[in-house]
Ligand binder design. Structure first.
Ligand SMILES: *Cc1c(COP(=O)(O)O)cnc(C)c1O
Length: 364
C-alpha cells in the first residue's frame, strides 16, 4: 500500500510459536476452520478516541466481561477471504478492498464505527506476513477472518461505545468433505433468513444464527446446504445460508437473483458476473421462482446450478429437496459451464492467469 497507515501496529510475536514439524503435520489435513495460526491482529475502538492500540500478538482467548454488549444484543460483523501461495513463493489475497468496503457497509447497518479501508487491508497484510509459513501449498489456502464486536460492559440497549476489531487466520483445505462432487440442497419453505429492511445484506453473525435451524432441517433431509426463499412470498430464490446461487440454461445464458437488501452481495458472485461477461456469456440479475427452477430442471431448459462464495468457491448443486418433493439438476453432478467458470476464477486467484480486473493484491 502506498499511503502510510493511520494506525501503527505494535508487534508482540508469539514467544513459543508452533514448530515447523508440528505445522507440517497440521497442514497435511487442516479441514475447514478447525486449526489456527500463531497470531492475531487486535485493534480497539473507543468512542471519542477512535481506533487505537493496534497490535499483532499471539493468538489467545479474549478476556470478556459477562455483561459485554455483544453477548446480549449480537452487535457483531465479520468478513471472510483467502490468502494464496503463489508459484514464486509469494502470497496474494483476492479483492481485499472489496471486503474492506463491505465491512464498512455491514458496520453502518449494525450501527458500528467505520474501520478505514486502509487499516482493514493493512491488518490482513500484517497477519499474512507474520504467519506466512501457515499458507498451505497446493489446493489449500489461508482463510482470513476479520471481525468486530461490541465490547462495552453495559446491558442498556444502544450502540456500544467500545469495540474490538480482530483478525484470525485458519489454514484450510477443501470446504466440503465430498471434494468436487455436487451437493444436495434443502429448500426452506417455512423458515426464512432475511426480511426486507432487515440485515440480510450485512455480514453479521445474527444472520447465521437465524439460518441454523433451517440448516439443521436440511441435514435431517440428508442435504448439505439450505436454500432460502424470500420472506414475503416464500416464492423467489434468494441464496444459501452462506453462499450466493447461479443458474445456467441450455442456451448457455445464466441468471442470479438480484441484490435487493435481503441477499448478501458476495464478492465471488460479483466476480462470476464479471467473468461471465468477459466470456460473452449472457447473464441476468433477475428474480427466479422456486416453481420455475423445478419446471426448468424437468424440461431440460435448466442445465446447471451452482452455489458460490469464498469458502467453497463454486459448488455444483446436483439434487434439490423440499417438502414438495425432490428433483435433479442435469446429470446430478457438476456441469461444464460451472467447471469452466470455477477454473477461470481459481486461475486468477492463484496468479496462474492474467488479472485484467486488478483483483489480486500481493502481500509479499
Ligand atoms: C459471505 C456470504 C456469501 C458469499 O460472499 P463472498 O464474498 O463471495 O464470500 C454469500 N451469502 C452469505 C449469506 C454470506 O454471508
Amino acid at each position: 500500500m502506498s499511503q502510510p497507515s493511520p494506525v501503527e501496529f505494535v508487534r508482540h510475536p508469539h514467544p513459543a510459536p508452533t514448530t515447523p514439524e508440528q505445522r507440517t503435520a497440521i497442514l497435511r489435513d487442516p479441514g475447514f476452520g478447525r486449526v489456527f495460526t500463531d497470531h492475531m491482529v487486535v485493534i480497539r475502538y473507543t468512542e471519542g478516541k477512535g481506533w487505537h492500540d493496534a497490535r499483532i500478538t499471539a493468538r489467545a482467548p479474549i478476556p470478556m466481561d459477562p455483561a459485554s454488549a455483544v453477548l446480549h444484543y449480537s452487535q457483531e460483523i465479520f468478513e471472510g477471504l483467502k490468502a494464496y501461495r503463489t508459484a514464486d513463493g509469494g502470497a496474494v489475497m483476492f479483492r481485499p478492498l472489496d471486503n474492506a468496503r463491505r465491512f464498512q457497509k455491514s458496520a453502518e447497518r449494525l450501527a458500528m464505527p467505520s474501520l478505514p479501508e486502509q487499516v482493514f487491508v493493512d491488518a490482513l497484510d500484517q497477519l499474512v506476513r507474520i504467519d506466512r509459513d501457515w499458507i498451505p501449498d497446493g489446493d489449500g489456502s489461508l482463510y482470513l477472518r476479520p471481525f468486530m464486536f461490541a465490547s462495552e460492559v453495559f446491558l442498556g440497549v444502544k450502540p456500544s461505545s467500545e469495540y474490538l476489531f480482530i483478525v484470525i487466520a485458519s489454514p484450510v483445505g477443501s470446504y466440503f468433505k465430498s471434494k468436487d462432487s455436487a451437493v444436495s440442497v434443502w429448500v426452506s419453505q417455512e423458515l426464512t433468513r432475511a426480511a426486507p429492511g432487515g440485515t440480510g445484506a450485512a455480514k453479521c453473525g445474527g444472520n447465521y444464527a437465524a439460518s441454523l435451524l433451517a440448516q439443521m432441517e436440511a441435514g435431517r433431509h440428508g442435504c448439505e446446504q439450505v436454500v432460502f426463499l424470500d420472506a414475503v412470498e416464500r416464492r423467489w430464490i434468494e441464496e444459501l445460508g452462506g453462499m450466493n446461487i447461479f443458474f445456467v440454461f441450455n442456451d448457455g445464458s445464466m441468471l442470479t437473483p438480484p441484490l435487493g437488501g435481503t441477499i448478501l452481495p458476495g464478492i465471488t458472485r460479483a466476480s462470476i458476473l464479471a467473468l461471465a461477461r468477459d466470456m460473452n456469456i449472457a447473464v441476468r440479475e433477475e428474480p427466479y421462482a422456486f416453481d420455475q427452477w423445478r419446471a426448468d430442471a424437468a424440461s431440460g431448459h435448466l442445465k446447471e446450478t451452482f452455489a458460490c462464495g469464498t469458502a467453497a468457491v463454486l459448488t455444483p448443486i446436483g439434487t434439490v429437496k423440499s417438502r414438495d418433493g425432490d428433483f435433479v439438476i442435469g446429470n446430478g453432478g457438476s456441469g461444464e459451464q460451472t467447471d469452466r467458470l470455477k477454473s477461470a476464477l481459481i486461475e486468477i486467484q492463484r496468479c496462474r492467469a492474467p488479472d485484467p480486473h486488478g483483483w489480486v493484491h500481493r502481500v509479499f
